[in-house]
Design a protein around this ligand. Structure first.
Ligand SMILES: [Zn+2]
Length: 224
């Protein structure tokens, strides 16, 4: 987004450092009233993002950056939550659609897209063990009725990712932004979040406050 706005990588980096400085200042200023945790949300557009993230964390973790939200917003380098047309472009980048049996081709294409999303998420989890798993099922943002259980291999990937994250103690974000995007529920959808399926699933509920030009996240509830 920032690159689209014409900001150079150096300018984005400077903006991030300014964010950390301001966060440190606020943390100290309000220390007697509130415990502020400073964190960042990941991007995984290309492998280079993860390399850059490693450099940032080496520099700032754990003294400045206290937690990470591990999120995937791109598949095949294409945004999946920007708008529906761009999401479709990401899905069709897997080819296989529009074949003689187009329904089967489209299904294969969608399955390949979903597998790539959850494999990218798994790589992120393994490499960084983020304290919070961000919007676990963002890959169906524009297809909220999609049932992962209709895709056996995809469902296995979800189980693998969730079990892995539970094993190292991750929290799972419940993200109310889904309502704004016309879902009937928050992320993750009920099939992933159903009570009893993942008995030790821990949710972190984030509420979004939009203040002027910035979106602020406040951690409100952490519970099992
Ligand atoms: Zn996100």
């Amino acid at each position: 987004m920032w690159l689209q706005q014409g900001l150079s990588l150096a300018a984005i980096n400077q903006q991030f450092i300014s964010f950390l400085d301001e966060a440190k200042r606020l943390k100290a200023h309000y220390a007697s009233q509130i415990t502020l945790l400073v964190g960042l949300e990941t991007e995984f557009i290309t492998p280079r993002d993860l390399e850059e993230l490693e450099c940032i964390l080496e520099q700032y973790q754990p003294h400045v950056i206290e937690y990470i939200v591990g999120s995937v917003h791109h598949v095949h380098g294409i945004p999946i939550d920007f708008d529906e047309a761009t999401y479709r472009r990401s899905v069709t980048s897997f080819g296989g659609g529009g074949t003689r049996d187009s329904t089967e081709g489209d299904r294969g294409q969608l399955e390949a897209f979903l597998l790539a999303y959850f494999d990218a998420q798994y790589e992120l989890l393994q490499r960084f063990k983020p304290e919070i798993v961000g919007h676990l099922d963002l890959c169906r943002l524009y297809t909220p009725d999609l049932k992962f259980t209709d895709f056996q291999e995809v469902w296995k990937r979800i189980e693998r990712n969730v079990e892995y994250a539970i094993a190292y103690g991750a929290l799972f974000e419940v993200n109310a932004a889904a309502f704004r995007k016309k879902w009937k529920t928050a992320y993750p959808g009920p099939d992933v979040a159903q009570v009893g399926f993942f008995p030790s699933l821990t949710f972190l509920i984030l509420f979004f406050f939009v203040a002027y030009t910035s979106t602020w996240r406040e951690v409100c509830i952490v519970g099992r």
